[in-house]
Ligand binder design. Structure first.
Ligand code: SF4
Ligand code: SF4
Length: 450
């Protein structure tokens, strides 16, 4: 299907339809990013992205440098993985990871020297192909939490015109402030990354999108846009009204450009690419240093954390070590979550390693229980009004009781659900609506395999 691109101007709309207002609780917004000491050992899973897992290219006993390649894959949707410390490989074996899956992982004992791979040098980039190759080699995956390999996202067909790059700084999930700190602390990396992307991918305009609850980020980003007015005049700062899940890719494209990505289609089908602001800044740093993605910023917050903070952690650091770097637990936590409270994963233990994808670690005290006791549906329709994808979550709950076929669930739009959790959040009856949607999607996926 050929989609008609609108004319040459951005058409921001006021706000998304559906969605919810949530308490922001961004209590770490004024906490500068603090680098923590690398732990005695890191556990580095061979799957830290959407796509195919990597195959380890090291074995127990091998000496490795920081930044050295330790896992790779021939698959197109994948991203290489590098050691986050220098030291010795202790084991290559499956471990339990965030989300509960057993993933083959490389455990490295840190020698404390943080000796970088001497073969690392800035990549030579003269063309779009060079840029794609370099971005793949960097191991970059979407740092906003989605974890999609960045080179695959930027490798749109040459005959498709992608006129608009949206730099996503919305960070609409409560508690998380990593993108906010990126904007405040590393604004020149952001502008440098934007110009690199313009140079090699030919974007005609760039919109930096941020929600209106981040005044200091807006001030800094406005300076970037003002600098650009004297250079290329193609960067626009778009300040959006705060609403969850505005940072989701399809929502963002709609609010910034007025374009709708149809179900089953990609941002490139409506001439857009969306990149997280931290990913854009990383590209600038990588092209200068050649150092791959081996550390990331994580917000560690919540009512059970003694000193909520923003930390720079080596990939493969355990959740436990991150919490200890924040003064430990103030009280026994009722719930641990990796990612935001709306879309994150509950942890059963703090012994799991954090990866490139994980932008937050939250621990909540017992008094902070957000779970409502489940009762009968009162047909209030709030879940329908809250769904930004115009689904009817309450129907799925009813359908799933009757052993539905994959086709029935697909026809109801199961695969359109982005699992944002807005329906569950607003339901006064405490229904597990987002869990129902996940189940419905699993049934459809299973059906597609047959
Ligand atoms: S989780 Fe799915 S069904 Fe529920 S509000 Fe979000 S998109 Fe709609
Ligand atoms: S929000 Fe909850 S109670 Fe209201 S219609 Fe939806 S499922 Fe029923």
């Amino acid at each position: 299907m050929k989609i008609q691109l609108p004319d040459d101007v951005l058409k921001p709309v006021a706000r998304i339809k559906g969605g919810i207002r949530v308490s922001h609780n961004k209590i770490t917004s004024e906490c500068p990013v603090r680098r923590i000491a690398a732990p005695e050992r890191v556990v580095i899973p061979m799957l830290q992205h959407i796509g195919a897992p990597c195959t380890p290219v090291v074995k127990p006993g091998d000496k490795v440098y920081a930044g050295q390649l330790i896992g790779n894959s021939d698959a197109y949707i994948s991203a290489p993985i590098h050691s986050s410390v220098s030291g010795v490989v202790k084991s290559v074996a499956p471990v339990v990871t965030v989300g509960g899956r057993m993933i083959n992982s490389v455990t490295i004992e840190n020698d404390g020297y943080m000796e970088y791979d001497p073969s690392i040098e800035p990549p030579q980039v003269h063309s779009r192909e060079d840029a794609l190759k370099a971005i793949r080699a960097s191991g970059l995956v979407g740092l906003g939490g989605a974890g999609f390999p960045a080179h695959a996202k930027l490798n749109f067909p040459k005959d498709v015109e992608i006129d608009t790059l949206i730099v996503n700084a919305a960070e609409c999930e409560p508690y998380i402030t990593t993108d906010y700190r990126e904007c405040v602390e590393n604004s020149w990396d952001i502008i440098s990354g934007i110009y690199t992307l313009i140079e090699y991918f030919g974007f005609k305009r760039v919109a930096i999108a941020v929600e209106d609850n981040k005044p200091e980020a807006i001030r800094v980003l406005d300076k970037i846009a003002a600098t650009d007015r004297e250079m290329g005049n193609i960067i626009r700062l778009i300040v959006l009204k705060s609403k969850y899940p505005q940072g989701a890719e399809k929502m963002m494209i709609y609010t910034v450009t007025g374009r709708k990505v149809p179900p089953g289609k990609l941002p490139s089908d409506v001439g857009c690419a969306v990149m997280n602001v931290g990913s854009v800044a990383f590209i600038a740093r990588y092209l200068k240093s050649g150092r791959p993605l081996i550390s990331r910023t994580v917000t560690c917050s919540g009512s059970a954390i003694a000193e909520p903070s923003n930390l720079r952690i080596p990939v493969g650091t355990s959740a436990k070590a991150v919490i200890e770097a924040c003064g430990g637990y103030k009280t026994d936590p009722y719930k641990l979550i990796v990612g935001g409270p709306m879309m994150g994963f509950a942890l059963y233990s703090d012994e799991v390693p954090l990866t490139k994808q994980n932008n937050a670690l939250l621990a909540f005290a017992p008094g902070d229980k957000g779970v409502k006791p489940e009762r009968a549906c009162i047909r209030c329709g709030r879940c329908v009004a809250a769904c930004p994808m115009h689904l009817t979550p309450v129907f799925f709950a009813d359908k799933l009781k009757k052993d539905p076929s994959p086709q029935e669930l697909s026809d109801l739009g199961a695969m359109v659900c982005m699992e944002c959790g807005s329906c569950s959040y607003v339901c006064p009856a405490g229904k597990p609506l987002v869990q129902n949607m996940r189940r419905a999607k699993d049934i459809v996926r299973e059906g597609m395999k047959k």
